[in-house]
Design a protein around this ligand. Sequence first.
Ligand code: GUN
Length: 288
Amino acid sequence: MQLLDGIKVSNAILEDIKNEVDSRIKNHKKRPHLAAILVGDNPASQTYVGAKVKTCEYVGFQSTLSKLADDASEAELLALIEKYNNDADIDGILVQLPLPRHISEDKVINTISPLKDVDGFHPVSIGKMVLGQDTFIPATPNGIMMMLAHYNIDTSGMHCVVIGRSNIVGTPMSLLMSRNTNPGNCTVTMCHSKTKNLKEMCLQADIIVAAIGRPNYVTADMVKPGAIIIDVGINRIEDASKKSGFRLVGDVDFEAVKEKSSYITPVPGGVGKMTICALMKNTLLACN
Ligand code: GUN
């Protein structure tokens, strides 16, 4: 078994981005600027946005973090997005999801200018991705593709089972893995909460991408020997021995599954790191 080390891979890619920013500045080009918006006080979202802002700093991007209260109105959020759409200094806009229930995620995503849609969630970005046109690709699936590419894993002809059909991960991941690219060229099965024979599906998989959001859901008896395991889950489970009172586990029962797999991503230190890295790449792209 080989660990797919998100820390190592993302550090290497972030170093390249940092060098590119340095060279931009030497050539009197604009410093990339990401505007991040966080609504409410969801602790996980606070952590993710904090990590994104910190990484911006690391690679030399400017960042602006706007925090809105949990009861901020939809109109207030849309107005802030419009302000950033019209601000020539802002290259990328990110609204951390999920949003409080009284705010329509669709309306919010549709309001972000496709030119600044570094999350790749706008219908224009998704449409272009489906058609294979140049666009912003959602960060988590893009980070996974970058990870597979970094390890030179040839996925051509493999059966990839994606568990989860979210707009953010499962749906774009299924599409990217089925495209005529490398990594890619897979036969893809997208499974979800209504899939009846999930275990049988998984046992046929050469690659499993687990994006369900349930701790330790993929167990060793669901995995074919030699399969590649990509764990997208970041679940908090109570752990009194930790100062925070919790620890992070993935959607995969790592300790048991690692024995059967050829490659596996750890949690933390796997896909999460790659997601931030892919966001930084998109922000750099948005500045060009
Ligand atoms: N929530 C979970 N993943 C993401 C992501 O990639 N971007 C944003 N904006 N919110 C998220």
